[in-house]
Design a protein around this ligand. Sequence first.
Ligand code: UD1
Length: 424
Amino acid sequence: MDKFIIKGPVRLKGEVIISGSKNAALPILFASLLTEEPIEIMNIPKLKDIDITIKLLLYLGVKIKKKDSIEIDASNLYKYRTTMDPFAENLIKSIRASIWMISPLLVRFGKIKIPLPGGCLIGKRPINLHIDGLRKLGAKIYVKKNYIIGYIKKKFKGSCIIMEKNSVGATISIILAAIYASNITIIKNPAKEPEIKDLINFLNTLGAKISGAGTNKIIIEGITKLKGGCYKIISDRIETGTFLIAAAISRGKILCKKTDPKNLAIVLEKLKNTGAKIKTGKNWCSLDMKNKRPKAIDIITGPYPYFPTDMQPQFTLLNLIANGISTITETIFENRFLYVNELVRMGANIFLKKNKVCCKGIKLLSNAEVTATDLRAAVSLVLAGCIASGITIVNNINYIDRGYEKIEDKLSSLGAIIQRIKSE
Ligand code: UD1
């Protein structure tokens, strides 16, 4: 894997253009398997996980033209590729999002066999809610020897599904299966993330009949055909939050452009509590730390609209250099604190107890050689390098390429001194 060499401390200042949302783009790309008419998708971020998804779609027979936007034609899929070869299996195993192939391929071909999907190692990441939901809609589906095997006779049957947890992934699997189901499907207690809303808006643009996005009840009326169409993906709220943190921890000032602050309400509120000056407009937001040290804040992660787990490592970093004592509680993923030991090597005054980290902020982190373990941990270590004294080396930074477009270019334009060393 590649590494970053970062020289700090620097104050990060300037403007940054936020890319399209990774977590909206991924399900939308898989959802494109559901229509036989051409579609065009704009604002797809250039990321490793997106490249892998596109390779998988090509493998299935989708025709793709990449320009500024992406044109997709899924009219002629290779039916026999519902059982994958080792090339496709490795792609599937490398991203969590590949689970969203299941519903569209069951809809199109009535059967599927794929290996269990991979993704960042931040917890157990079970798939029981996906499986239970698809069974409720009439699929015969089970896991055997690390493969998911599923069948459906003719079509899915609408049903009422009460989700025991607000799972983003399972809500998406159920929506994709229910599009062409007979009758109506109701999902009670679904995930309410903006990315789910974006997927629903995309599908409705193609003629789906889905209501209740962002509420406690999503209603999907089965239809017979999705059309083609053109759709622009929302901006990435986690990338936005990450750059605002970059400003806060470096006592700097950053304006994020082409983003939607409405999707960041709780993050902005927490940042205000650190003493930062936050300004927002229709499609921008900015944070000015006015050269002050931030105040420590307590965080408890939760499903949207609560505090996003994908911002947890970045806020932990903020607390490490903030004024005061704080606690961060992780309630979504059980293994999301692997980066804490790396930050201790940089001088952090922090300890981990079960699903909580407690820390007492120090003024300045020191340089060290550290290793990233997952996407959001990786970005936190890189930001830590920007504000630490001396030269920090962050290993395994390819994790960052999964979720942050041109991170070193964007950080350099804000004043970071950062260089990528490619692995041989
Ligand atoms: C998605 C996001 C990820 C984000 C997470 C929570 C993508 C590609 N990834 O992941 O960035 O951190 O939402 O906002 O969009 N669970 C079960 N059984 C299941 C599925 C999930 O128990 O079948 C549990 C998980 O262990 C976790 C919780 O439900 O505790 C939420 O997980 P989920 O929302 O499904 O996360 P992902 O869709 O994997």
